[in-house]
Write a protein that binds this ligand. Structure first.
Ligand SMILES: Cc1ncc(COP(=O)(O)O)c(C=O)c1O
Length: 396
């Protein structure tokens, strides 16, 4: 089946945080303007319909009319195993899979379960803000191994700094984001192996958030860290049908934890948190029948990135941005305009009426940047970029 991702589906009135969250966003000081003309591109979900087999599976579940307690079906595990084998050549044993109602939930729980108050947790800023929240709200300490941006805009790992920080006796965990949100880097197997070796040598547990692993450019490959790390390296990997198939509202994250002790400790800490029948049926359909959709989606996202980068080069050459290897976020450096963060925000959020996410929320390394999530119909992205460009035309 051919999907039409240019179709604009009205999401207002569906409890969408992007499209119905105006009052919430204003209350939390994110913007002063939110109205029916606002284009919200700040949060990482897609304004694109999910694969038809998923819709059909959910219909079958809804049409049954009874939504009682559910039991995890064998097909659920088989679908996850099949997906990771086919797409990432990764053999996962059934008993290694642990369901969790969300990735952020899992990261918070992992920090609480596997570290002690005051412990240091390494993250690589600029990085997805809930990593910092999970550490700080649990009374642990952020240990920042900042990524270094080269002249070409590409971000690299500072391994000497990473190793020095991993060696600190107080450092007990590393939260890896790969593909990396917001920089778009996909770390290569050699880089992952080096990180894993350092962690293993220093008794640092790796929590690998790999939920963008399916959302990569056509010419790129993604390798899970658990595949390249030496056997016995302690790793908790987060995977999520949520992100790949735009099912975030169904809360379906699956962790892969090979070490039986770690797994036992984590499941104990999580308590009783089963999934809903909607999550089961959606995941099974997505992983078993969603590949055709994903391949079309990837092509569409590549095209939108190509369009957006060409637009910036032509209409906003002061904005620096590169093609991300993975993720669907565009990380744009607005510092070339020489404006304050407040002025940039005012022009984009209030005058252009486009809501993005401010770079400084990803750590001070993100100051001067804005992040745009681009998995929306391309006409909407075009309109958002046009509006933003108009507000900066006075600066040449
Ligand atoms: C790197 C990363 N981790 C986690 C999440 C959120 O995942 P979940 O909805 O499963 O909590 C996101 C969403 O944008 C993300 O980009």
């Amino acid at each position: 089946m051919k999907y039409d991702f240019d179709e604009i589906v009205n999401r207002r009135g569906t409890y969408s945080v992007k499209w119905d969250g105006g009052e919430f966003l204003k209350k939390h000081g994110m913007t002063e303007r939110y109205d029916e003309e606002t284009i919200p591109l700040f949060t990482a979900d897609m304004d694109l319909p999910v694969p038809q087999p998923v819709v059909d599976a959910l219909h079958r579940t809804v049409d049954h009319r009874i939504y009682g307690y559910s039991v995890v079906p064998d097909e659920y595990y088989e679908a996850i195993q099949g997906w990771f084998k086919r797409r990432h050549d990764w053999d996962i044993r059934r008993e290694e899979i642990v369901y969790c109602p969300g990735t952020v939930h899992a990261i918070f729980a992992a920090v609480r379960t596997f570290t002690e108050p005051g412990d240091g947790v390494i993250i690589q800023r600029p990085v997805y803000p809930p990593f910092t929240m999970a550490i700080e709200k649990n009374g642990r300490t952020v240990v920042n191994n900042a990524l270094k941006q080269g002249e070409d805009g590409r971000y690299e790992i500072d391994f000497d700094d990473f190793e020095a920080k991993a060696k600190e006796p107080s450092t007990t965990m590393f939260i890896l984001c790969n593909p990396h949100n917001p920089t778009g880097r996909i770390f290569r197997p050699e880089e992952l192996k080096r990180l894993a070796d350092i962690c293993r040598a220093n008794g640092v547990l790796i929590v690998a958030d790999e939920i963008h692993g399916d959302l990569i450019r056509r010419n790129e490959t993604f390798v899970p860290i658990a595949k390249v790390a030496e056997a016995g390296t302690p790793i908790v990997t987060c995977t999520a049908v949520n992100k790949t198939f735009n099912l975030a509202g169904l809360h379906c994250t699956n962790l892969v934890i090979s070490d039986p002790e770690l797994r036992e400790k984590f499941t104990q800490a999580l308590g009783h948190a089963p999934a809903t029948p909607f999550a089961y049926s959606a995941l099974i359909a997505a992983y078993n029948e969603g590949e055709e959709w994903l391949d079309q989606l990837k092509e569409y996202l590549d095209g939108t990135f190509e369009f957006a980068l060409a637009f910036l080069r032509e209409r906003m050459p002061k904005v620096k941005a590169v093609m991300p290897e993975g993720t669907y976020v565009l990380w744009m450096d607005f510092s070339g305009y020489g404006l304050s963060a407040e002025e940039v925000r005012d022009r984009v959020y209030h005058r252009a009426n486009v809501l993005l996410q401010e770079g400084k929320q990803f750590g001070e390394e993100g100051a001067g940047f804005l992040r745009m999530c681009i998995p929306s119909p391309r006409p909407l992205i075009k309109e958002a970029l046009e509006r933003i460009a108009r507000e900066f035309e006075d600066i040449r």
